[in-house]
Ligand binder design. Structure first.
Ligand code: HEC
Ligand code: HEC
Ligand code: HEC
Ligand code: HEC
Length: 147
């Protein structure tokens, strides 16, 4: 075997050995316990704090608002999109108030003119021209904006 090939093989062997050592030392202990992932990840995920619920959970107590909302063009929006996380409120509504968005134009989070978002999916308005400085909910009911 020519000497340069031998050297090349040595270099290969060196890098393979390093890779094997790195895999050995850097793979977390619980990897592969259940499948091709870190077994401990399950524990970590299941211990994260619960923050959000589903709209049906809000409807248990706020049925008339849920019904109103579901009859209109905001039907697809989750309550929590506007009111923030609801898990604690459901557990104990007296001590955990929900947020009520009160910046007059918070609706612009979604309805702002934006050339990059599809106009057919969410109607876009020019707030200055459209609302003339008034709060959106002066004219629109947030739960049923289009009666
Ligand atoms: C598009 C945003 C938006 C969504 C979605 C939304 N809300 Fe509201 N909600 C508001 C705003 C804004 C107010 C304050 C209205 C006001 O001050 O007149 C409000 C007020 C309320 C209030 C207190 C005042 C009242 O009318 O009794 C409750 C309770 C409430 N919402 C529950 C819900 C529930 C339950 C859902 C889901 C079924 C929901 N909201 C979905 C924006 C929203
Ligand atoms: C177990 C019943 C119950 C459930 C479930 C519930 N709420 Fe409420 N919520 C109430 C009561 C009662 C009040 C009025 C509290 C008061 O005035 O003392 C209230 C008040 C509110 C308010 C007014 C602000 C405040 O906190 O006082 C909003 C907004 C609201 N709820 C939204 C929601 C949303 C969104 C959900 C779902 C994530 C939800 N609620 C689930 C019982 C409930
Ligand atoms: C989380 C995003 C979001 C927020 C916040 C939001 N909207 Fe909407 N809105 C939608 C979507 C989605 C629709 C349904 C698609 C459409 O018709 O544009 C809609 C529909 C509407 C429509 C009917 C448009 C039509 O098709 O004729 C009006 C009016 C409206 N929203 C007003 C408001 C007002 C007022 C607020 C604030 C209280 C608000 N929206 C907050 C997402 C949002
Ligand atoms: C002075 C009353 C008034 C105020 C304030 C107002 N709107 Fe409207 N809005 C209307 C009327 C009336 C229409 C239907 C006619 C039209 O399209 O202009 C409408 C239509 C809309 C539409 C549907 C537009 C379309 O292309 O079909 C959206 C979205 C909307 N408003 C969002 C908002 C938001 C967000 C705000 C706050 C920045 C707001 N509106 C403030 C009266 C108002």
């Amino acid at each position: 075997m020519p000497v340069q090939v031998k050297r090349l093989l040595l270099v290969f062997a060196f890098f393979i050995a390093i890779s094997v050592a790195l895999i050995y030392f850097l793979t977390p202990k619980s990897f592969g316990e259940y499948g091709h992932y870190r077994g401990k990840a399950l524990e970590e995920i299941s211990s994260t704090e619960i923050k959000y619920v589903q709209m049906d959970d809000c409807a248990m107590c706020h049925d008339s608002i849920a019904e109103l909302k579901n009859s209109g063009l905001h039907a697809t929006l989750q309550c929590e999109v506007c009111h923030g996380p609801g898990f604690n409120h459901i557990e104990d509504y007296e001590n955990n108030r929900m947020e009520i968005p009160n910046e007059g134009q918070f609706c612009m989070r979604c309805h702002i003119m934006n050339a990059a978002s599809p106009k057919k999916v969410i109607k876009q308005i020019d707030a200055v021209e459209h609302a003339e400085g008034e709060d959106c909910i002066t004219c629109h009911n947030p739960h049923q904006p289009w009666l």
